[in-house]
Design a protein around this ligand. Structure first.
Ligand code: T3D
Length: 272
């Protein structure tokens, strides 16, 4: 395996590593369980933009430093302070930070793996779930903490949770705010896989590396098609599939994939 190269400052709020074709972003505020401040949001969005623009990046891996993945919004951040009218504008925080973040993840041109190394609470849980494939450590957990502080699920939770779990289980988690262990999360289809804590980093890097070697443009369009098809009729989805297949069928990766199959050799994909 290629040794990761650190591209950021070692004390950045988002550590940026490159290992082969995989860009790894590590949320790095471990003392506050990597909860989101405005500064962390700014670094994360910039790191995602940079990864999206870099042709050397063919898969993204998101994880957290220390014992947690992310405890959601930092409840001590100045953004949570009351304004002159004595009220906190939580909607402004969503508009300024969580909406751009989740849309950026959903529109990444490469597959996104999330390695949930510990607790993922509130927006931290839903940012993890906004990634394409979510792996978790055995000791990790997911908490829709919003109801505990009088909010609704955000960071895309209202859209994603019922789609992943069905209405009943989504409501169960969101209304109670109960902690869901990693094994139960995998069993109910909330996440892809669970790994022993010590194995998670290698398993996540291996999965991201596998995806990076695949035709990543087709993988990103698969995500787009699945998401768009949610609001389409069957015929609308068939038309979307035809449009995407037409586009991909004209691309070099399709020619390479077919040639590699015929020549009985591994394919070398390059589109992005
Ligand atoms: O503006 C907006 O609010 C819009 C967006 C909202 C989206 C949201 O995410 S709302 C939900 C916000 N998150 C939470 O409510 C979760 C709060 N945290 C917890 O409930 C617990 O910390 C956990 C269940 C996640 C973990 O519990 P535990 O016992 O393992 O750890 P701990 O001792 O509670 O936390 C460790 C430290 O992290 C602690 O600091 P200390 O005392 O050692 O100095 C704790 O204060 C800090 N921390 C944890 N979560 C947050 C946090 N600091 C600031 N904000 C947090 N969200």
């Amino acid at each position: 395996m290629t040794d990761p190269v650190l591209l950021s400052s070692p004390d950045a709020l988002v550590l940026v590593h490159q290992a082969g074709a995989v860009r790894r972003l590590t949320l790095n505020r471990p003392a506050a369980l990597n909860s989101f401040t405005g500064a962390l949001h700014a670094e994360l969005l910039a790191a995602l933009d940079a990864a999206a623009a870099d042709p050397a990046v063919r898969a993204l891996l998101l994880t957290g430093a220390g014992r947690g993945f992310c405890a959601g919004q930092d409840l001590n951040d100045p953004a949570m302070a009351a304004g002159p009218d004595g009220r906190v504008d939580v909607g402004a925080v969503i508009d300024a930070h969580y909406r751009p973040l989740v849309l950026r993840l959903q529109l990444m041109p490469v597959p996104v793996v999330c390695a949930v190394n510990g607790v993922a609470a509130g927006a931290g849980a839903n940012v993890a779930l906004a990634c394409d494939l979510v792996l978790a450590a055995e000791s990790a957990s997911f908490i829709q903490a919003f109801s505990r502080i009088g909010l609704v699920p955000d960071a895309g939770g209202t859209w994603l949770l019922p789609r992943l779990l069905g209405r009943q289980r989504a409501l169960g988690l969101a209304l109670t705010g109960d902690k869901l262990g990693a094994a139960a999360a995998a069993q109910m289809g909330l996440i892809w896989q669970v790994h022993p804590d010590a194995d998670l980093p290698a398993a996540a890097q291996a999965l991201a590396g596998r995806l990076a070697a695949l035709p990543v443009r087709a993988l990103a369009l698969t995500r787009q098609a699945f998401d768009q098809a949610q609001s389409l009729s069957l015929d609308g989805a068939l038309q979307l599939e035809a449009r995407l297949q037409r586009e991909l069928g004209h691309a070099p990766d399709f020619a390479e994939g077919v040639a590699a199959f015929r020549e009985k050799r591994p394919a070398r994909f390059s589109d992005r």
